[in-house]
Write a protein that binds this ligand. Sequence first.
Ligand code: AMP
Ligand code: MG
Length: 410
Amino acid sequence: MTAEIVSVGTELLLGDTVDTNAAALGRVFAASGLAHYHRQTVGDNPTRLREALELAFARSDLVVTIGGLGPTSDDITREVVAQTLGLELIEDSGILERLKAMFRSRGRAWVETNAKQAQRPAEAAILDNPNGTAPGLYIPVGDKVAILMPGPPSEFLPMLENEVAPILARLGSGQVIASRVLRLVGIGESQVEADLGDLMDGSNPSLAPYAKTWEVHLRLTAHADTRSGALALIAPLEAEVRERLGEHIYGVDDEELEDVVVDLLTRRNETLAVAESCTGGGLGERLTRVSGSGEAFLGGVISYANTAKINLLGVVPEDLAEYGAVSEQVAREMARGARERLHATYGIGITGVAGPGGGTAEKPVGLVWIGVSGPEGTHAVEHRFGGQRQTVRARSQTAALTMLWRVLRG
Ligand code: AMP
Ligand code: MG
């Protein structure tokens, strides 16, 4: 069975909103074994929406629309789908009652334009929307199916999981697609290609690399009658990848580097403090994203000015004068200062030139020194990152986490 998405909303075309809903739905299509060859995005315009729908129904068995179910005049999806399919809209008294009750319970006055959200074709089934006003609709028409879903992700995603995914699983081929993501640091995409190129020609299982900010992710995908069957196809490929590049693999699927570092620290009963200059607290922010990180992450110092490096971390003024703030010595002293002053097992110090200004021939934009201090001593590594200011800052954080991850992994 072929499936197609029609995303409706001028804001999507203008680039104000990224179509995250379609991405989530595409993943569910894949997991359900539905063939997904086309996706359209169209503005809030009845003529063009009708054209998009006619094209979609001509070539696909299942068409899912996203957005345009609300009460305002630019919400036209329900009407245009009905027109395109030659179906009449009726008012559903159950939906209407529920809408009015919702307004009452929130103390809001009923506005009559809301009544259009209670309309549906007679043959439609209702898809519950406990997080908003407009319900979704499931409309069988001959051997085709239309599914209409609301745009706000807070409504769309729960409806996808609870109402639509079970329907798609039933409509799909029965083949289940499973994938696993291996996450690598400390290696570039071209090196990964060079090392794994011969494994990338397969189709079941398949292997594809994705370059991220200072990371590479490898997606291993397979299809089979069951999820466990698909995973069994992936397992030997994963073993081969681990054999070749295992030293760079820090995690799988959704695991972030900070998750892995916090987990390692916690299991070793050890703690971390950070001293950040060019990252301005970004590393601390990443570490505190991890729920439960408080056991392992003690805190940090944002030491942007030299005076802060001296007064809060004990960086030696003479070293700042002699070597400069972006130097091996200062990175080491920052790492040691964070470790000692916060009484942590490990300290990290980051100092660099994030740009776009401030670079010199000797210390260009992108030069970052990162120090790690621990029970076995203190070391620092020089990085020369490409990219703009925010990229340099993000890469610095990942590189710092990578350095500590290597120490902790042993
Ligand atoms: P609508 O259902 O068209 O009234 O959309 C309501 C809100 O949901 C809009 O403000 C959009 O920003 C958001 N939205 C609509 N469609 C999408 C989509 N495909 N992905 C993510 N957000 C969306
Ligand atoms: Mg809209």
